[in-house]
Design a protein around this ligand. Structure first.
Ligand code: XMP
Length: 514
């Protein structure tokens, strides 16, 4: 395992993902963890992430020197680099010489482990105020910028390395190569971690954990619950029952997809609960977004619990486990805690009741989203499920601005299906993170369709690109694709006479409208 020490500010997750992309297993630990505890995990290498502090700031995180003296290869990035420099006797000055954004890096490759095979001049992503002016003794300086004399240093004998910039971000053009040089050449690691290992390990662990008891799993139609269920199904077969609550807020064809494709691919036992009417009557007359979310969440838990009770009534008390599609970012964001699942209320409508009587099975706890997709693929799930873009638990209920009714849902389903079809046909599915299609049900606009005046509703297209949904930018879709979607929606969907494009990044806008 490579430990990524998290000094804050979201960099650590990205680094951990990049390490795994290099096929080396990584885990994140907080910088407050004592060094002895880090070393007790027997890490193959340690990476120190960037962070928001200046090494000179009061209360800035520090590191025990022992970390660098344990013989474990270490790679410091940005804040981690400066910390390494100051801890080992180099000089970091608060010169006021800030660098932020894309910066040209001058590399000296002779004898460099990190930069071999990369260009003498490369573009890197900088974000710092302090600058290293002298490397610690025994280190050679292998890169600089116009502003920073020491932008990278290396000590092959001690296997300690550092760079001032952020190799993990895409704007650092050779960042992944430099990271891999550290892992393979500096630390001598072999790239052999695959999602295939994960399946084997998890299947064995789940069999052991469940024994001859039974498990249930709520399917949402999303990637995570589908892959978690498929994995558990592989491990314990008919001891698993899945429950799918059809709340009537799904997109066109999605319920059928779960019923047919998922069952066909996995052979899972599936209980489908048709709860459309129940949800719609609970939502009647409500247009406040938070209110809608609360109602949908509450109804969901009730329906799920009822289904659960029925399964237990049928199968007896040996139903002891609940499968959850918790991912690694959820674990890290909720404090990286061991044991109890900590689920973001906002992101999981099936939020767990406090007095949970089940033990949890969380087979995806160590995985990032893209890895979950790979596992799903290896388990033979169809692309339509595995490559599915994120879709919120409250479904189309939060994509109708205004009251949610069956007629409006049907209308939005049609518009959404057209947008999805055209985006897929244009080969854009992998370029965009997701594309909410929103019905402004409380807004009317005048149009002219056929021979007469219409007074209909606008549909909003909200295509975004993102790496993690925390921040996002609006996708620059080709005009001809937008034109096709617009023409088709206004022609084919009754009562819609206008299609508009949302050109807001996040922040300030969120991805969903509600
Ligand atoms: P926002 O709108 O907060 O969305 O920018 C960020 C991501 O989260 C999804 N989302 C949800 N997912 N339950 C979910 O499972 C929810 O209540 C929920 N609300 C937003 C949204 O689609 C985007 O991917």
């Amino acid at each position: 395992t490579v430990l990524v020490v998290d000094f804050g500010a979201q960099y650590a997750q990205l680094i951990a993902r990049r390490v795994r992309e290099a096929r080396v297993y990584s885990e994140i630990v907080p910088s407050t963890m004592p060094v002895a505890e880090m070393l007790a995990k027997n890490p193959a290498a340690i990476i120190l992430s960037g962070g928001p502090s200046s090494v000179y700031a009061e209360g800035a995180p520090r590191l025990d020197r022992a970390l660098f003296e344990a013989g474990v290869p270490v790679f410091g990035m940005c804040y981690g680099f400066q910390l390494m420099a100051t801890t080992l006797g180099g000089t970091v000055d608060n010169t006021g010489a800030r660098e932020y954004g894309r910066t040209p890096l001058h590399v000296s490759k002779s004898g460099s482990t990190l930069f071999e095979g990369t260009p003498d001049e490369q573009s890197v992503w900088m974000s710092h105020g302090d600058a290293c002016s002298a490397a610690p003794e025994g280190f050679s300086v292998t890169a600089s910028t116009d502003v920073v004399p020491v932008a990278a240093f290396e000590n092959d004998e001690k296997r300690l390395y550092g760079v001032q910039y952020h190799p993990e971000v895409m704007h650092s053009t050779h960042g992944q190569q430099v990271l891999e040089h550290f892992l393979y050449r500096g630390a001598g690691l072999t790239p052999n971690w695959t999602t295939g290992n994960v399946i084997e390990e998890q299947v064995a662990a789940i069999r052991e954990q469940v024994g001859d008891k039974r498990a249930i799993c709520g399917l949402s139609g999303g990637v995570d619950s589908a892959v978690a269920a498929a994995l558990v199904q592989k491990a314990i077969g008919s001891q698993l029952t899945c429950v799918y609550v059809d709340h009537g807020l799904m997109r066109k064809g999605e319920t059928e997809q779960v019923e047919k494709d998922f069952v066909a691919a996995t052979g899972v036992q599936l209980k489908v609960v048709d709860a459309e009417e129940r949800f719609l009557s609970a939502l009647a007359g409500v247009s406040d977004p938070e209110e809608k979310r609360k109602i949908i969440g509450r109804e969901f838990i009730r329906v799920f619990e009822q289904a659960q009770a029925e399964i237990i009534a049928d199968a007896g008390p040996e139903v002891a486990f609940l499968v959850q599609g918790t991912l690694y970012p959820d674990v890290v964001e909720s404090g990286g805690g061991t044991g109890t699942a900590n689920i973001k209320s906002h992101h999981n409508v099936g939020g767990l009741p406090e007095d949970l009587e089940f033990k949890l099975i969380e087979p995806l706890r160590k995985l990032f989203k893209d890895e979950v997709r790979m596992v799903g693929q290896e388990l033979g799930l169809p692309d339509e499920i595995v490559q599915r873009q994120p879709f919120p638990g409250p479904g189309l209920g939060i994509r109708i601005v205004g009251e949610v009714t069956k007629e409006r849902l049907d209308l939005l389903r049609e518009a959404d299906a057209i947008a999805r079809e055209e985006l897929t046909a244009a080969g854009l599915d992998r370029d965009i993170w997701q594309c909410p299609v929103v019905l402004l049900a409380d807004v009317r606009s005048v149009g002219v369709q056929g021979d007469g005046r219409t007074y209909g509703h606008p549909i909003v297209l909200r295509p975004v690109s993102s790496e993690d949904a925390m921040t996002a930018d609006w996708s620059r879709l080709p005009y001809d694709v937008l034109a096709k979607i617009s023409t088709r929606i206004t022609n084919e969907v009754a009562d819609v006479n206008r299609v508009v494009l949302d050109v807001t990044s996040k922040p300030p806008g969120t991805i969903e409208w509600e």
